[in-house]
Design a protein around this ligand. Structure first.
Ligand SMILES: NC(=O)c1ccc[n+]([C@@H]2O[C@H](COP(=O)([O-])OP(=O)(O)OC[C@H]3O[C@@H](n4cnc5c(N)ncnc54)[C@H](OP(=O)(O)O)[C@@H]3O)[C@@H](O)[C@H]2O)c1
Length: 322
């Protein structure tokens, strides 16, 4: 496992981090806590030292599982979590009032709840789970982050950018008041490369590449017949003719990648790590075998320029979250 500077935070984070949405259950079914715990332990053994969770994942269940495994980690593991929008609207509705989404006292109380779930004295990173550029000039979130840092409850602060909207973070990065951004970045959505990544590099802001496998499309396991439990997130994400669209795009991609060593998910993760702005790529991985495959990509280094040029042609403008 290799490590990268996490912006200006002073932390060296593993190139592959742990996306902990799936282990929260509820919206992701088909996993068990036992397997999640084993997967987390295996990830630590393989050098992973960064976890991205959220208070909303399984209503605190993901955080509690992480809190359960942290004491037996062989070394220091950095934990990032998120404050859910108070109005429970994902992504933020453009123009929504910060009073309804992230009032000062609410940011503080959610942080305290996360600390209790995680059994920690301080979070390495607290993030706002949605973002609207209209809040850049507002004072509430700035004061909350500043006071939480002063109180020793958080070490760094950042935002998780709304789905497929990387440019909505350009202005807030310019304030110098956030340490990191979390953004969808994968072979299908390469738009962060255009403006967000150059700005993050210029301002030394850490970047977490989320949904690197497009919620499973880029694992090559989504077939036209795939089915998910009715109340699972993926039954919404891959509804209607979307599975057929995925199959078509992935088949073209696999044809172009023929001869390249590694599975599709491994190449998809190496794609993310090929950009120098990315601090850590955070795949969701509840299975030990997925942890082993994913952690292994860090040692294989970036993809070469010819492969990256080929992958450019596979960018796909879609938004399955709507
Ligand atoms: N708004 C936000 O802030 C936001 C939104 C979405 C995600 N996130 C963060 O980003 C993380 C990653 O996104 P995600 O978990 O939604 O989606 P993802 O990483 O794109 O895909 C996860 C899926 O890929 C499977 N997978 C992982 N490695 C694999 C491998 N090597 N081979 C085959 N299948 C593999 C997982 O299976 P198993 O789970 O069965 O192992 C899971 O079904 C989240 O966990 C969360 O931390 C943040």
């Amino acid at each position: 496992m290799h490590y990268r500077k996490f912006g200006g935070t002073g932390l060296d984070v593993s190139e592959v981090g742990y996306g902990a949405w799936g282990i929260g259950g509820k919206q992701w079914q088909g996993g068990t806590d036992d397997e999640s715990v084993r997967a987390l332990h295996r990830a630590f053994e393989l050098g992973l030292n960064f976890i991205d969770t959220a208070l909303a994942y399984g209503d605190g269940h993901s955080e509690r599982l992480v809190g359960q495994v942290l004491p037996s980690a062989p070394g220091r593991v950095y934990v990032a979590t998120k404050v859910p929008p108070k109005n429970r609207v994902w992504p933020a509705t453009p123009g929504s009032s910060i009073d309804d989404v992230f009032p000062y006292a609410y940011i503080v109380s959610c942080t305290e709840e996360s600390l209790r779930n995680l059994k920690l004295e301080a979070l390495d990173l607290q993030q706002l789970h949605v973002w609207d550029p209209g809040w850049t000039a507002r004072d509430e979130w700035k004061r909350a982050f500043e006071d939480l840092k002063k109180a020793g409850k958080i070490r760094a602060a950042g935002i998780s950018i709304n789905d497929h909207q990387p440019t909505t973070a350009l202005e807030v990065i310019g304030t110098g008041l956030i340490d990191s951004v979390q953004v969808i970045y994968n072979i299908f959505d390469q738009t962060p490369e255009q403006q967000l990544f150059p700005r993050a590099l210029e301002r030394n802001v850490g970047v977490l590449a989320r949904v690197p496998l497009d919620e499973g499309s880029l694992t090559g396991t989504i077939t036209k017949e795939a089915s998910f439990a009715g109340d699972e997130f993926r039954s919404f994400y891959f509804r209607g003719d979307r599975k057929a669209q995925v199959v078509e795009h992935v088949a073209k991609l696999q044809k172009d990648l023929k001869g390249l060593v590694g599975t599709l998910p491994e190449i998809a993760l190496r794609f993310c790590l090929s950009h120098p702005a990315v601090s850590s790529v955070i795949p969701g991985m509840r299975r030990v075998r997925n942890v082993e495959s994913n952690c292994g990509v860090s040692d294989r280094g970036p993809l070469d320029a010819a492969v990256l040029a080929k992958l450019k042609t596979h960018a796909w403008n879609k938004n399955f979250y709507c």
